[in-house]
Design a protein. Structure first.
Length: 50
């Protein structure tokens, strides 16, 4: 289960910009997980079954 994340409009715009320009995979995944938590995605929708 993801945590609830409250972001302002400017923080969302900054996060989207950072996701586009980031080259390091580990940092990119952290940005993506913040975006998923903000959008309230469920884990089962994000990861396909093994």
């Amino acid at each position: 289960m993801y945590y609830t994340v409250d972001l302002s409009a400017s923080e969302i715009a900054d996060l989207k910009t950072l996701r586009r320009v980031e080259k390091d995979d580990k940092i990119l995944r952290r940005y993506q997980s913040i975006c998923f938590a903000y959008a309230k995605f469920q884990k089962k929708r994000l990861l396909p079954p093994l």
